[in-house]
Design a protein around this ligand. Structure first.
Ligand code: CA
Length: 530
């Protein structure tokens, strides 16, 4: 027996013994550091995913991740807005500690993040697509990112190593979800195969202003309005009635794809989205104007008849609002479709290259979104549709298939989860908790029983949603709009899952209110808010 073979045999026996002696429990078992593919879209609501029961759209590829792994029903963000959510992902810390409270702030890339720690532990790290943090990415071996929000057609991207310069336009000509995926697949193909990879693959879609690929034009028609669309906010604080995110106020140009001549003289509502955009300086110039002739031709062939019909039969009042809802949903769902199709491409790549077994795949969105619930689009509020984020995960080696989980989990937990799988010590300052035991099917006895939330972007920024913080348990939600209105709201999610009935003054719930206020105080102290 050669010396090499003897040594190999000794190692083999040693590692087999170690492995079997550690435990057979996947929640703690030593695993080789898995690859991590973190897929995040922008503003994708659970209501638009068939695995979550959506009847509006089929999302077979996202559903596949859930079916072959786990779906979380109670997954939440700490602060329902784009850039802050991304900072929470990277740092594992709440907005008040990572310094990015709202979209006005810029990310301090010198702080500790999980990609930096994974990189140090031997991972090849990359981020492709939406970044939106104003400063250049740190902690990545490769990045190729959209500028700010990015565009749906022929997006401008900046690539690492090009001195902050534009990425190759021969690659970035096309539809954003396809382009981002092409770059992600190229990056995987050309990776250092001796290292595990951690890729953040971030879609722009379905962030407004929703512009589907021509292959998805006209696929989603006659979508039923939610039964609380015409909510009168009767029991709520004034925060719900003074927002500026009602479908009735959506921009006719930016969101509805009309030109100013299409709606000349048409009453368009009272909010900030009345359709008074300068046609020389927004979607016409920046979105339609950037298309190739071929793209414009396909666009015009579909949208010109819609514009003509609107011009020839001007709508007003309720009819106009219903028309806006249908236009909104058609374009929103059309934009989701390309995300799901492209996830299918990436899952196929993993299958075809023998990577599916040893890759943790996560699909989520930077937050949820309103698809007409309470009459709204957008996010921000602590109500379920926007505080919630879709979350499904697959990792055949350590996540039993077919699980549906109801534990309270958060975007704060991603960073510690990745470090846990990689065998890297989770820094003391990280505020989330590794999801690894839950993913393995064993929720720890001491798992969190409540979630803290805080939204900051007011009075500056869009949509006039007042600042608030609050606590959510498995059954209740207590919200405090703490600035100019100083108002509280309480919801019993078991009796009122759509949060229509604010119980803050209901006598029967006063003990619950007191308990939740104490829990809120405890959380704010523990999380170093106050
Ligand atoms: Ca977002």
């Amino acid at each position: 027996m050669s010396r090499f073979f003897t040594l190999s045999l000794v190692f083999l026996i040693f590692f087999s013994c170690t492995d079997s002696q550690v435990t057979t429990d996947n929640s703690t078992k030593k695993l080789a550091p898995p690859n991590i593919l973190f897929i995040m879209s922008d503003d994708h609501a659970e209501q638009a995913i068939s695995a979550y029961g959506s009847k509006m759209i089929e999302t077979p590829h996202i559903d596949r991740i859930a079916k072959e792994g786990i779906l979380f029903k109670n997954s939440f963000v700490t602060n329902s807005i784009c850039a802050p959510s991304r900072a929470v992902l990277l740092t594992g810390k709440y907005s008040h500690l990572n310094g990015l409270r709202d979209n006005r702030d810029q990310f301090d890339g010198s702080q500790q993040t999980f990609p930096k720690l994974l990189q140090k532990a031997g991972y090849q790290t990359s981020v492709i697509g939406k970044w939106h943090l104003k400063t250049h990415p740190t902690g990545f071996d490769y990045w190729n990112i959209l500028i700010n929000q990015g565009h749906y057609y022929n997006p401008e991207m900046v690539e690492m190593g090009k001195d902050g310069g534009t990425a190759d336009t021969s690659i970035t000509t096309g539809y954003t979800s396809d382009v981002i995926t092409d770059i992600a697949l190229n990056t995987l193909e050309n990776r250092d195969k001796a290292k595990p990879f951690c890729m953040l693959y971030h879609h722009k879609a379905p962030h407004r202003n929703w512009m589907p690929h021509p292959r998805d034009f006209g696929k989603y028609k006659n979508i039923p309005m939610p039964d609380n669309f015409w909510d009168d906010y009767k029991t709520r604080s004034t925060a719900a009635s003074t927002q500026d995110m009602h479908v009735k106020d959506m921009f006719l140009s930016l969101d509805m794809k009309l030109m100013p001549e299409d709606y000349e003289g048409i009453p368009v509502g009272t909010g900030g989205g009345g359709g008074k955009f300068d046609p020389t300086n927004n979607w016409v110039k920046n979105n339609y104007g950037r298309m190739t002739d071929e793209q414009k031709e396909a666009w015009n062939a579909y949208y010109d008849p819609i514009r003509k019909k609107f011009r020839d039969n001007p709508l007003s009042g309720k009819e106009l609002v219903e028309w806006k809802y249908q236009r909104y949903m058609e374009d929103y769902l059309g934009s989701v479709k390309a995300v799901d199709d492209n996830i299918g491409r990436v899952l196929k790549y993993l299958d075809d290259n023998g990577l599916a077994e040893n890759t943790l795949v996560i699909y989520t969105s930077d937050q949820g979104f309103y698809l007409g619930e309470h009459g709204w689009y957008d996010k921000r509020f602590m109500y379920e549709e926007s505080m919630g984020m879709p979350l499904v995960a697959r990792f055949p080696k350590a996540i039993p298939a077919g699980q549906v989980n109801e534990d309270l989990v958060m975007n704060l937990d991603f960073a510690p989860t990745f470090l846990d799988y990689a065998g890297v010590t989770i820094p003391a300052g990280f505020q989330g908790t590794s999801l690894r035991p839950i993913l393995a099917g064993k929720t720890p006895d001491n798992w969190r029983k409540s979630v803290y939330y805080e939204y900051f972007e007011y009075p500056h920024g869009w949509h006039s949603v007042k600042q608030h913080y609050g606590v959510r348990t498995d059954r209740y939600k207590l919200i405090h709009f703490y600035n100019d209105i100083d108002a509280w709201e309480l919801y019993d999610l078991e009796a009122d899952p759509k949060e229509m009935n604010n119980l803050i003054n209901n006598e029967q719930y006063q003990t619950t209110v007191e308990e939740l206020k104490l829990e809120l105080k405890r959380l704010r102290k523990e999380l170093k808010v106050s």
